[in-house]
Design a protein around this ligand. Structure first.
Ligand code: ADP
Ligand code: ZN
Length: 620
């Protein structure tokens, strides 16, 4: 009974401030647990809706909720979004003056702030000096995996957060992360000294993100494919992750030369330059950012429609977090991954020796397996997060273009024989050139043009050879000698292919699958939640009413103008999903306007006139 009224109150707050009609998945349970004073550990994918889990409890209870977050950009973004919804929130951080920070602490003291965002360093510095009577409703530790050595993003300043428990034994702690492996999870609970925590693990599925992976098809094709994505989502934005600064710069330059709106972001730029890029991206002044991994963590931008990985990422956790930045609004989005032999070699060389070496190697291997799989990619991903599904997803490249298999014994024998005839002293690229009979000078000078298999693979293009070699690697016929110039070696299993004792089945390389960018069909309804994953409003859905599209463009223009005036990113005003619903339902009164998903009381008051007027005008 008591729980019921709590949930009712929580729901009323969700409607009033956020304009959402119902809680997702486990949100209600989590809110009720933390509000009753229980420590919580929440595992939810990026974009899953973690923030609501502590924001609503903060509103339900007296006092201030203190939120720990690793990045200033992230804090500012959240605070802006909360204020836009009419919730008093603030951040204390090193980019603000002492006076400003002092002023904020005074309003916290007067009970005027419901959510206070801080970095861990700042919190540990300040907490000992807080007045005895300061009322703290809860501590929320966002990106909690940063506390764990086992996580993929360890931050020493998080490690000291364990003293919160000693300083504030009565205040419940909620730790939230998108990293789900068991080791990290247990480590978080231990390091934060959580007391008998309630553990909530949501589905990690993000069904609206289309997954595609393919062997690097070569620079030109790659740029062409990226260009197609950029054009397909001309009104929205995307991120291209690169392994190095140099490749980020180069990719950006090449795309710019093709006329696209692109910026770069990496650690080699000054903080000012980086801030500017981030600002331009968030505010919609630049469409695409080519970035090294540092980019995106602080970005809550909801209309990122595609995330491209130019190279294989180091591990699945990081990869999943990065692609999770696409399609936070639930509308169709794309994740496109390119990978190559060279990536695997480079990434291996990055892995330091020491305690974590084995784990990092293992993580890289799992990432590689994901890239090379010929099973439903979403199933592979979800099983990595210990989530098992009983059906294929229908929204990954493997599901959409199932590979056909064929007897590849002869192909494999040609490659294996060439490797042996070159004394196992060539890498993948050279091997392909030898098989295709290239007259590269180093091939001639080393006499590889005289081996029997020189030119024996002329009939297949290099991209196809690359794909088959990767499959042979995955099947265990060859291995890469990472300690010896990444030369290819034939395993004992591979030798059994040469003697004819083992046959090889390969997945047919389809040009259709490998040479075009993923296509934008509408994904299915979310299997688990039944949530529609497309509001039928993506620029790619052919069934969408053209007039709605035109109105949507108009509404986006209005949103942009308002955002400029207020100096906030457009998505802080309304996300795309809300605008889509608006374009479809065309509210003309204040009541109709307020019933749209994502429009709470504050935003209704502030914007209903602007938008209903624009809709009226458009309809005439
Ligand atoms: P995370 O922190 O887990 O990455 P967020 O908290 O930023 O995710 O939430 C992702 C998006 O989902 C946000 O736009 C948020 O407003 C929205 N959202 C969260 N909960 C709900 C809900 N119950 N109904 C509708 N939208 C929601
Ligand atoms: Zn699939």
């Amino acid at each position: 009974m008591e729980n019921q009224t709590l949930t009712d109150k929580a729901l009323a707050l969700l409607r009033r401030f956020f304009g959402y009609t119902s809680f997702r998945d486990r949100q209600a349970e989590i809110i009720s647990a933390i509000t009753s004073g229980r420590d919580c550990l929440v595992l939810m994918p990026t974009g899953g809706g973690k923030s609501i889990c502590y924001q609503i409890p903060a509103l339900l209870q007296p006092g201030v909720a203190v939120v720990v977050s690793p990045l200033i950009a992230l804090m500012k973004d959240q605070v802006q979004a909360l204020i836009a919804c009419g919730i008093p929130a603030a951040t204390i951080n090193s980019t603000q003056s002492d006076e400003e920070n002092l002023r904020i602490m005074e309003s916290v003291g007067r009970g005027h702030i419901k959510l206070l965002y801080m970095s861990p360093e700042r919190l540990l510095l300040d907490a000992t000096r807080w007045p005895e009577n300061m009322r703290i409703s809860l501590f929320a530790i966002d990106e909690a995996h940063c506390i764990s050595q086992w996580g993929h993003d360890f931050r020493p300043e998080y490690a000291r957060l364990s003293i919160l428990r000693e300083l504030f034994p009565k205040v419940p702690v909620i730790a939230l992360t998108a990293t789900a492996d068991r080791l990290t999870r247990d480590d978080i609970a231990a390091r934060l000294a959580l007391r008998n925590p309630a553990i909530f693990i949501s589905s990690f599925d993000r069904p609206n993100i289309r997954l595609t992976a393919r062997p690097n098809p070569g620079r030109e094709t790659k740029l062409k494919m990226i260009g197609e994505l950029i054009r397909r989502y001309a009104d929205d934005s995307g991120i291209i992750y690169c392994l190095s600064r140099k490749s980020a710069e180069q990719t950006a330059a090449e795309l710019k030369a093709r006329g696209y709106s692109v910026a770069v972001y990496h650690a080699g730029l000054s903080p000012d330059e980086r801030d500017r890029t981030q600002h331009d991206f968030i505010h919609g002044n630049v469409q695409v950012v080519c970035a090294t991994v540092a980019f995106g963590m602080g970005i809550n931008k909801s209309n990122i429609r595609f995330v491209v990985h130019n190279n294989l990422p180091r591990n699945i956790e990081g990869y999943y977090q990065e692609i999770g930045r696409a399609g936070r609004d639930g509308l169709p989005a794309e994740a496109l991954l390119f990978y190559s032999f060279a990536d695997i070699a480079t990434l291996r060389s990055f892995i330091d020796e020491g305690e974590r070496q084995m784990i990092n190697m293992e993580k890289l291997t799992r990432m590689q397996e994901y890239a090379e799989t010929s099973l439903c990619r979403r199933r592979v991903l979800l099983s990595y997060f210990s989530e098992h599904t009983d059906s294929d997803c229908g929204n990954c490249d493997v599901c959409l273009h199932p590979p056909t298999r064929f007897d590849g014994t002869i192909i494999a024998q040609k490659a294996l024989s060439a490797i042996i005839r070159c004394q196992e002293k060539v890498g993948a690229n050279m091997l392909i050139d030898i098989l295709r009979g290239s007259a590269r000078t180093d091939i001639i000078s080393r006499g590889y043009d005289r081996i029997r298999t020189y030119g024996a693979g002329r009939d297949l293009p290099a991209s196809e050879w690359r794909a088959y070699l990767l499959q042979m690697l995955q099947l265990g016929f060859i291995e890469i000698a990472y300690d010896r110039g990444n030369h290819l070696r034939v395993t004992p299993y591979g030798r059994s292919v040469l003697t004819g004792a083992t046959n090889v089945t390969l997945a047919r390389f389809l040009h259709e699958r490998h040479n075009t960018a993923p296509t934008g069909k509408t994904p299915k309804t979310d299997r688990k939640t039944g949530r529609k994953t497309s509001a039928g409003c993506s620029a790619t859905t052919t069934a969408t009413n053209l007039a709605d599209q035109a109105l949507l463009k108009e509404l986006k223009r209005l949103r942009m103008a308002l955002a400029k005036i207020e100096g906030v990113p457009p998505y802080i005003i309304f996300n795309d999903r809300t605008l889509c619903e608006m374009a479809q339902t065309r509210p003309l009164t204040k009541d109709e306007f307020s019933s749209i998903t994502g429009i709470g009381e504050t935003k209704t008051e502030k914007y209903w006139k602007h938008f209903t007027r624009a809709i009226k005008k458009f309809s005439e």
